[in-house]
Design a protein around this ligand. Structure first.
Ligand SMILES: CC(=O)N[C@H]1[C@@H](OP(=O)(O)OP(=O)(O)OC[C@H]2O[C@@H](n3ccc(=O)[nH]c3=O)[C@H](O)[C@@H]2O)O[C@H](CO)[C@@H](O)[C@@H]1O[C@H](C)C(=O)N[C@@H](C)C(=O)N[C@H](CCC(=O)O)C(=O)O
Ligand SMILES: Nc1ncnc2c1ncn2[C@@H]1O[C@H](COP(=O)(O)OP(=O)(O)OP(=O)(O)O)[C@@H](O)[C@H]1O
Ligand SMILES: N[C@H](CCC[C@H](N)C(=O)O)C(=O)O
Ligand SMILES: [Mg+2]
Length: 482
């Protein structure tokens, strides 16, 4: 590709540099090779403009920045929004995406909805993929990923690979960071979904309103006019989201008890499954959802809404719900003690998620609800006492442990949780916490190991050691049975 092929995104028309050959796109000077266009982004830790010289020395074809940078031996193209320019350039450079793409946002449920939507499409016979916190799942691919919403270059490279491999349908998670940082601005979306809004990422967003505004970019900036917006209708933040989607000229399709498109008429929860009656287009459907957790009905409805609004027949989509598999580490039943007490691993690492998961298992627990959890270091400190309070209110035994302390002192994180969790047991070592919790299970009890879900590491300082809640739970169950 020539630099001129990025015209309309970058100010290259009529310049001598328009003829330059472009061999790649990057926002990281360390990845620059000869012919790569380097985008200097102002980040949270550094300013990419500082690395423009480094990029030029490595052979960058041109530098794109928010303002001109003097004294560089390569052309500098100034744009208003370098992150937007990066996303659009990456989309054009890679040039191919699956035909039907949807994105889902919300505080909780994104990974589940992305996975469920993929599964519904698969069952309807489409070659489908999902992209998010747990990685990429596509025909013949199942890879761990590090970000919920990959950066634009990685994302568009992936979308091209998927499209080349014949994937026609893809669902992805739109995190608030991803939306705010324009990571998805080059994706051609057919529909968008919203699950709910609660407290999250208060270290990044100054207020919850700001956080909600970032989420709303999916509806008011990214989806084309007239596109379907599938919105869960039973959340306190549903109304302002519906309003924003209407104002953006979208086709608003609500789901849930207050929904019009897919109306939840009745639901009976059982421990490992739930039976729901869903009304769609005046027809009543009985759906037997093989998943634990009240919240999974909401996720299933948003997923069905996304699949239906992009062309899957209603009956097919609703029937597909009966075969859904939960996303890894989302209220995942890892095993049961010999006296019948179930142990779940769950990714609840924020207040609303913890509240939901603990409330979900209570009706089926004749004994005690036991929870093991911690809070991540270098992340929102405000959530620590809130989660301490929720655990104390909703569980009978609370064990506070470590969850990726990163650069913080683990005791300090635990102390912040414990301050609002009187009576909680403190066991910093997560392995020991899990083993002791499993050892204390009586018949009728339920254990939830929360916060890490699918994660495969424990980050202490800058080092990530292999750690898996699933493996530890299995080991503890074996030890106990022996
Ligand atoms: C806070 C945050 O979102 N950071 C993301 C952001 O980095 P940044 O722009 O702040 O980077 P920075 O370190 O300040 O550097 C600024 C620029 O200088 C460049 N640089 C830096 C050094 C150098 O030698 N040369 C160079 O060019 C960097 O590549 C960058 O472009 O943009 C990077 C590229 O897209 C991301 O990798 C990075 O994610 C970091 C690793 C991260 O941890 N992000 C988390 C918080 C995140 O995004 N999470 C969300 C939500 C998760 C969820 O709720 O599920 C997600 O979508 O995963
Ligand atoms: N619809 C929902 N409402 C409330 N809580 C939910 C919902 N769906 C999932 N959860 C809880 O949130 C946890 C994370 O779910 P999931 O991974 O699907 O959400 P997410 O939005 O992708 O989260 P993250 O942003 O952390 O990746 C689950 O393990 C469960 O505890
Ligand atoms: N076990 C986790 C979950 C983190 C989830 C991620 N979305 C983030 O906030 O970075 C932690 O706090 O380390
Ligand atoms: Mg996720």
């Amino acid at each position: 590709m020539k630099l001129r092929d990025l015209a309309g995104i970058l100010p290259v028309e009529g310049t001598a540099s328009a003829d330059l050959e472009v061999t790649g796109i990057s926002s990281d000077s360390r990845q620059v090779k000869p012919g790569v266009v380097f985008f200097a982004l102002a980040g949270t830790k550094a300013d990419g403009a500082t690395y423009a010289t480094d990029a030029a020395q490595r052979g960058a074809a041109a530098i794109v920045a928010g303002s001109t940078i003097a004294g560089l031996p390569v052309p500098v193209l100034a744009v208003d929004d370098p992150r937007l320019a990066l996303a659009l350039s990456a989309a054009r450079y890679f040039g191919k995406q699956p035909e039907t793409m949807v994105a889902v946002t919300g505080t909780s449920g994104k990974t589940s909805v992305a996975a469920f939507t993929r599964q519904i499409w698969e069952q309807a016979g489409y070659a489908a993929a999902s992209i998010g916190t747990t990685g990429v799942v596509a025909p013949g691919r199942n890879e761990y990923g590090s970000l919920t919403t990959p950066d634009p270059v990685a994302l568009h490279q992936l979308l091209k690979e998927l499209a080349d491999a014949g994937v026609t349908h893809a669902s992805m998670e739109a995190s608030s960071h991803g939306l705010d940082q324009r990571r998805l601005d080059g994706v051609k979306l057919a529909a968008g979904g919203f699950t709910n809004l609660g407290r999250d990422h208060m270290d990044y967003h100054p207020t919850v309103e700001d956080y909600h505004r970032a989420k709303l970019r999916l509806f008011d900036s990214l989806l084309p006019k007239g596109a379907p917006a599938v919105i869960f209708a039973d959340d306190p933040w549903s109304a302002p989201t519906i309003q924003a989607a209407h104002a953006a000229g979208l086709d608003v399709l609500t789901v849930g008890r207050h929904g019009d498109f897919l109306k939840l008429k009745r639901v009976e929860h059982e421990r490992h499954r739930q039976r729901a009656e869903v009304e769609a287009g005046g027809v009543l459907y009985e759906v037997d959802l093989p998943l634990a957790g009240d919240f999974q009905i909401s996720n299933a409805l948003v997923s069905a809404g996304l699949a239906i609004s992009t062309g899957t027949p209603v009956a097919k989509a609703l029937m597909a719900l009966e075969k859904l598999k939960g996303a890894p580490g989302r209220l995942d039943l890892v095993g049961t003690t010999t006296n019948g007490a179930p142990v779940y691993v769950d990714y609840a690492h924020k207040p609303d998620a913890l509240e939901n998961v603990l409330a979900s298992v209570r009706p089926f627990t004749t004994g005690r609800v036991i929870v093991v959890f911690g809070c991540g270091g270098d992340r929102d400190r405000g959530k620590r006492p809130i989660m301490g309070e929720i655990a104390t209110r909703l569980a009978d035994v609370v064990i506070v442990t470590d969850d990726n302390p990163r650069s913080e002192v683990p005791e300090t994180i635990r102390a912040a949780i414990l301050a609002a969790a009187p009576g909680a047991i403190e066991i910093g070592d997560r392995r020991r916490a899990i083993h002791e919790a499993v050892a204390m299970l009586h018949a009728g009890d339920t254990l939830i190991v929360a916060g890490k879900g699918h994660e495969e590491g424990q980050t202490i300082g800058t080092e990530t050691l292999h750690f898996s809640d699933h493996e530890e739970v299995r080991a503890a169950l074996r030890e106990r049975a022996a």
